[in-house]
Design a protein around this ligand. Structure first.
Ligand code: ATP
Ligand code: MG
Length: 293
């Protein structure tokens, strides 16, 4: 049965125009008629319900040891990536998941091909890997600021980005063929909402630490980022590694939607707890007898 959240998935080989994708959509069955506080409340409840489902799904992912899950999160500055990870992943068993946050590459990382540093952080089977920013930065921020390429002795140009999309698609294909499930989320905020959030960082003393002058500098490149995101989302949303464009002007709606998609994706794997062998069953019966005397 098609799910409401399917509408947020970018179909392969379609051109994404971000202005056609709402930043404040809350169109799922449960959210569509609500507004304001009621909407927040319901989104919050959906998230709570999904935390339990997600925790059970993670347990099964771990026990069955069949798949790894890679969760990729991208968005403009202040799109809510950190808060989403904090809330959506709060019910997970920390032993089975790892968050990797990617910043500007180090000198050592720049000595390697662009995928190198990400390959080192991939989740093993049974585990969830969360990429807070990812190899997509190499076709986003680097495309907006191509001077980063000079450090790798590369030259910007249409063919370089095309090759990088191909590299990414091949990399993801390789991973999915080897049992890593990949889900990619773009947190879609409006320019107006970004301004509101950046101002909040300036007005609230407890949020001052979050403020970075570079956020303001990058905001000036908004349209360049939109172009880069549109091209990247269009070129790399595939059947095996789809992009979801998550309306993110309301943080709780975004968290509810991501938690729903993530949980459904693990459930769709139809995993089962491993069946004990006859030998194991005999050992269990024997251990029980011994403990019961
Ligand atoms: P927050 O601001 O919420 O703490 P953040 O992810 O924005 O989190 P920052 O340290 O502010 O963290 O920013 C990291 C910066 O590193 C971003 O501007 C990002 O675009 C940049 N970056 C990430 N990957 C690359 C890359 N491969 N090449 C160049 N810059 C990159
Ligand atoms: Mg930042």
């Amino acid at each position: 049965m098609p799910k409401d959240t399917d509408q947020l998935r970018v179909r392969p080989h379609t051109k994404v125009h971000l202005h056609d994708w709402e930043t404040a959509w809350a169109g799922t069955k449960e959210l569509r008629h609500l507004k304001g506080d009621q909407l927040k409340q319901e989104a919050h409840e959906i998230l709570q319900r999904n935390l339990q489902r997600l925790s059970q799904a993670q347990d099964l992912l771990w026990a069955s040891d069949q798949y790894a899950l890679l969760f990729v999160l991208q968005g403009m500055d202040a799109a809510g990536k950190d808060g989403l990870i904090k809330h959506v992943m709060s019910g997970l068993n920390p032993q089975g998941c790892e968050v990797s946050s990617f910043k500007q590459p180090t000198g050592e990382e720049l000595q390697h091909s662009f995928l190198w540093r990400y390959g080192r952080r991939l989740p093993a089977r049974g585990r969830i890997g969360i990429f807070n920013r990812s190899y997509y930065e190499d076709v986003l921020v680097v495309r907006v600021h191509p001077e980063w390429l000079e450090k790798q002795h590369l030259k910007p140009g249409h063919s370089l980005w095309r090759r990088r999309y191909d590299d990414i698609n091949n990399f993801e294909r390789h991973l999915t063929q080897n049992r890593t499930v990949i889900l990619k989320f773009f947190l879609h905020v409006s320019r107006k909402e970004q301004k509101r959030r950046l101002l909040a960082r300036l007005d609230d003393a407890q949020k001052h630490w979050k403020f970075s002058a570079s956020d303001l500098a990058e905001r000036a490149y908004w349209n360049d980022y939109v172009d880069a995101f549109e091209d990247a989302l269009s070129a790399t949303s595939t059947k095996h590694a789809p992009w979801y464009i998550i309306p993110a002007d309301d943080k709780w709606v975004a968290r509810a939607l991501v938690s729903e998609i993530l949980t459904d994706a693990i459930r769709d794997l139809r995993l089962e707890y491993p069946q004990p062998t006859q030998e194991q069953l005999a050992a269990i019966r024997k251990a029980k007898r011994l403990l019961e005397v």
